[in-house]
Design a binder for this molecule. Structure first.
Ligand SMILES: [Zn+2]
Length: 132
């Protein structure tokens, strides 16, 4: 279990901008070469324009030049664990399969780990665009 990654997601969670949902989420991506890139959910008064922590992490990582990821940690407010939403699963899938670590903010629940392909079976990807 990558506890350092979970801890970085917990630290990021405290910077979430969630004035409407009051549901702060932090995410941390581990790149193939060991770097960590974090994200938080960023909400907006125009509700649909908000963005999940996982996607913010992916977009930030790509902007920093990273494209190969081995795992992502997602931390919700608890007490239960949260999983990435369907949209984020699809965004993560763009960059291949990876481990998804789910943890709560307080560390009261044991973190859970799942493969992205188990969270998004039969996902749509680059290969599906062949033949166009
Ligand atoms: Zn999401």
């Amino acid at each position: 279990m990558d506890y350092e990654l979970i801890e970085r997601a917990r630290e990021a969670q405290q910077r979430a901008y969630a004035p409407y949902s009051h549901f702060p989420v932090g995410a941390a991506l581990r790149t193939e070469d060991g770097a960590i890139v974090v994200g938080v959910n960023v909400e907006n008064a125009s509700y649909p324009l908000g963005c999940c922590a996982e996607r913010v992490a992916v977009y930030s990582a790509v902007a920093q030049g990273f494209r190969r990821f081995v795992r992502i940690a997602v931390v919700g407010p608890g007490p239960g664990l949260i999983t990435p939403c369907g949209g984020c699963r699809q965004v993560l899938r763009e960059f291949g399969d990876m481990d998804v670590l789910m943890a709560d903010a307080q560390g009261t629940s044991e973190p859970k780990i799942m493969r992205l392909t188990d969270l998004l079976p039969f996902g749509f990807g680059k290969g599906d665009l062949n033949g166009l």
